[in-house]
Design a protein around this ligand. Sequence first.
Ligand code: CMP
Length: 148
Amino acid sequence: MEKTLILLKPDAVKRRLSGEIFSRFEKKGLKIVGLKLMRLSKAQAERHYSVHKGKPFFNGLVEYITSGPIVAAVLEGENSISITRTLSGATDGSKAAPGTIRGDYSMGIEKNIIHASDSSESFEHEFPIFFSKEEVQEYNCGDEENIF
Ligand code: CMP
């Protein structure tokens, strides 16, 4: 089954929204297979966001994502990449649709609560910045036939 990476950014952690956000993904049918609370180094943040290097918001983005603890998670399920992106909503929280995570909890584009891999190529780039393969659990919940 497809895996994806999500990061709950410092605004989500400090606003005590982590449980609420994971609850949405779990209720949808995605499974948590990797999870950690961590503080990113500048080097890790620059590697994660390397595709944005040179853009006007890059330095601010790196400064922000390293400013406090984040929660990194690997979620698994059929089409988990597109599903997490849909549930997360548009990048700019002030424009994201109500009912989405950013639409419900974010007012801006930098403090936008969550990052979610946008493709399998992005997942392959991002995953090793946060996890080793041994830190991911393989298991079945037993109800997969009712969900997928
Ligand atoms: P994320 O999904 O983590 O991926 C890249 C991040 O860059 C994005 O969320 C936003 O937080 C941030 N971002 C994108 N565009 C801008 C912008 N114009 N100004 C500030 N931050 C931005």
